[in-house]
Design a protein around this ligand. Structure first.
Ligand code: PMP
Ligand code: GLN
Length: 443
């Protein structure tokens, strides 16, 4: 009898496991978003230890005054509140600094209490904006290539992403520049309809480094006004724009403040991606929806990081436009790194698209395909095969840019790799040596 009951208990335990597995499958709204290029490639980098030009982050210390600010804030024993919950929608010192900075940049007074929200990085800012404004069945226009999380975030909210790609112009006798990737105006116009709730614009763009021109932004803005549509403007690379290009904040175009939600990132602004501090600014009536998402999910951000970011802004605002201002020196230093990378990629036979901004570059590797065993991986897309093979066999990691396109348009970047050039000069030199050595020895 005892044996029977033990066996039964054992058996029922297994029954329960299968019942558990059946019942606790991934909710439908999340299906289709399981593979993430980041989780896969960051693990690949840990396993194979390549020179990492994949995920976007600097491999140098941020400016000393930025890290010193965090140290000073954290060890200040005169104010215990630094280590307790911050005001939910942003620490008073940070919202004040953000309001002062952006009021000047956009030429209108931003209310620090009602028109600014501090988030856990640009990611949470995107999430609060997309879920706060997308209802079931709403359409959201997404310009490709796009930062990959836009698509799942729209779908989680019950929205329908409608994609439109930037396509490269035909050019001869010179390299493509990011400005050569353009929208088809009629195609964009045809996506707008009664169900359109929002368009997401990412300028400067990740991964292309394209800075949208006044003409392009005006065209988008006019369609937003015509169809009463919101513009979610992801401007996390706002300070990394190379002359003569200029970052234009779409919220400054006539009639656009009323319908624009702008996103920024402290991680990008001060080269501290691990701080995970981001923000949103927009009119109060639009902000209310974001407040609701934020207050019931994250509620508040990391207090010492917010105060340190506020102080870093206060320092920079004192020296805006001067050569010492980090926002000026960052773009200058990045431009030199970009040029260095363009040159060595051309030397080894790749064709980069020269970025006008940001810290990423797309490069076409088709001329080198015969040197790669494209059958060693069974991924559907060639750029995944190429980048995995390169990580494992050559010791250099890039990101497959088809991850930034919807399925029908992945072909536009399947022959390319995305490299991050926000790296030390030695790292870029190492990347050059690795590629040149590979080119010289590969059959
Ligand atoms: N938008 C874009 C275009 C990005 O590349 C990133 C990655 N930094 C984010 C948003 C998210 O920013 P954060 O790292 O501050 O969460
Ligand atoms: N924005 C960074 C990139 O594009 C980091 C993305 C991430 O880690 N999820 O590389």
């Amino acid at each position: 009898m005892k044996l029977v009951s033990t066996v039964f208990k054992h058996f029922s335990k297994y029954m329960k496991m299968s019942e558990i597995n059946q019942k606790f499958v991934l909710p439908q709204r999340y299906t289709g978003s399981e593979p993430s290029v980041w989780t896969e490639y960051i693990q690949l980098a840990l396993d194979y230890k390549p020179l990492n030009l994949g995920q976007g982050f600097p491999d140098e210390f941020p400016p000393k005054y930025v890290t010193d600010t965090l140290v000073e804030v954290a060890k200040d024993r005169s104010d215990y509140t630094i280590h307790q919950y911050a005001r939910g929608f942003g620490h008073p010192r940070l919202i004040k600094a953000l309001a002062k900075l952006y009021s000047k940049l956009i030429g209108r007074q931003i209310n620090e209490r009602t028109e600014i929200l501090v988030c856990i990085g640009g990611y949470e800012a995107l999430f609060s904006a997309i879920s706060g404004h997308t209802d079931v069945g709403d359409e959201v226009i997404v310009i490709e290539p796009y930062f990959d999380c836009y698509e799942p975030m729209i779908k989680y909210a019950g929205g329908i992403p409608r994609f439109i790609p930037l396509r490269p112009k035909e050019v001869s006798g010179r390299l493509l520049s990011s400005a050569d990737w353009v929208l088809n105006k009629e195609e964009l116009e045809s996506l707008f309809n009664e169900k359109t709730k929002m368009i997401i614009v990412n300028s400067p763009n990740n991964p292309l480094g394209k800075v949208f021109s006044m003409e392009e932004l005006t065209f988008i803005a006019d369609l937003c006004k015509k169809w009463n549509v919101l513009c979610l403007s992801d401007e996390v690379y706002e300070w990394m724009v190379f002359k003569p290009h200029k970052h234009i904040r779409i919220a400054t175009l006539p009639g656009m403040w009323e319908r624009t939600i702008t996103i920024g990132s402290g991680g990008k602004t001060f080269s501290v991606t691990g701080w995970k501090v981001g923000w949103v600014y927009c009119p109060e009536n639009l902000m209310k929806n974001l407040h609701i998402v934020h207050q019931n999910s994250v509620y508040t951000g990391v207090t010492p990081v917010q105060v340190a970011t506020a102080i870093a802004f206060e320092i920079e605002m004192e020296r805006m436009e001067s050569d010492d201002c980090y926002f000026v020196s960052l773009a200058r230093e990045l431009e030199a790194k970009r040029d260095y990378m363009v040159n060595f990629l051309v030397d080894i036979g790749m064709k980069p698209t020269i970025p006008d901004a940001g810290y990423f570059m797309l490069a076409d590797w088709s001329a080198l395909e015969s040197k790669v065993d494209m059958n060693s991986e069974n991924d559907k897309y060639n750029d995944f095969r190429f980048t995995k093979w390169m990580t494992k066999n050559v010791g250099l990691q890039g990101i497959p840019p088809s991850a930034f396109f919807s399925s029908p348009n992945k072909y536009l970047a399947e022959h390319c790799v995305r490299y991050c050039y926000m790296k030390k000069t030695e790292t870029l030199k190492q990347a050059e040596d690795i590629l040149k050595q590979w080119k010289a020895t590969a059959k």
